[in-house]
Ligand binder design. Structure first.
Ligand code: TYD
Length: 218
């Protein structure tokens, strides 16, 4: 099957959670820890991460033309960006034995477009799997945060205008949070959830312990 992607030798770890949940900080810290042990690390940002993907990212985030982006369009654009990313960046890095840390991956689509925008589950699942060629993360770290806190952090970090997603209301963020927690409960072997309201240091250590337990302990 040409759609399927196989033979991964490195490690693929994705980070998920609402805006302001601390993904970027934790990814940077984890990168340092892996590098201190001599691993080669690749950081990936979604949507984007390739030239094609960055154009899609701009389209999705800013869309200042005033045109509506329908949920179906949104789903296909995120999937298109990821399809490119998997084949152009992630697979070659995995095959070279690198550790890949993804700031969002296909679970963002399941949660934002599927749960929060309420698109039907079957097409979302199918399109997601098609886009990644069934390349699933070895581990998905979810940073869980109260929606109120998430929105407050976004406001604080945003000196300028909030982007399209960040203008969504609290109900949207509640749905996002619930969507992630549902995934964590249904796929505990792939997901680990961490309390995003704890200190950066505490979260960093908890994630590192989890990774060591899963992949490096005998
Ligand atoms: P970004 O600035 O990367 O947000 P964050 O720092 O919180 O990750 O913007 C990505 C936005 O796109 C974010 O609001 C989540 C949303 N998104 C989806 O709706 N579906 C997806 O598949 C992905 C990857 C992101």
């Amino acid at each position: 099957m040409t759609d399927e992607v196989e033979n991964q030798r490195g490690l693929l770890i994705s980070f998920e959670g609402a805006e302001g949940s601390g993904k970027t900080t934790q990814i940077a810290r984890l990168k340092d820890r892996f590098e201190a042990l001599g691993h080669k690390v690749v950081l990936i940002r979604e949507p984007g991460g390739t030239d094609v993907g960055e154009e899609i990212r701009d389209l999705l985030k800013h869309n200042d033309t005033g045109d509506t982006i329908f949920p179906e369009t949104e789903l296909l654009l995120f999937a298109a960006s990821r399809a490119q990313l998997v084949r152009e960046k992630i697979l070659p890095a995995l095959e070279a034995g690198k550790v890949i840390l993804c700031d969002r991956y296909l679970d963002s689509t399941t949660v934002y477009q599927g749960v929060a925008r309420q698109l039907s589950e079957d097409p979302v699942t199918y399109i997601n799997e098609f886009a990644v060629g069934n390349l699933m993360p070895d581990l998905t770290v979810v940073l869980d945060l109260e929606p109120e806190l998430s929105m407050q952090r976004v406001k604080e970090r945003n000196s300028g205008k909030p982007d399209r997603m960040e203008r969504e209301n609290i109900e949207f963020y509640r749905a996002v949070r619930e969507g992630y927690l549902l995934l964590v409960r249904s796929l505990p072997e792939r997901f680990s959830v961490f309390d995003g309201s704890l200190s950066k240091e505490a979260i960093e250590l908890a994630i590192w312990n989890e990774i060591n337990q899963r992949f490096f302990d005998d």
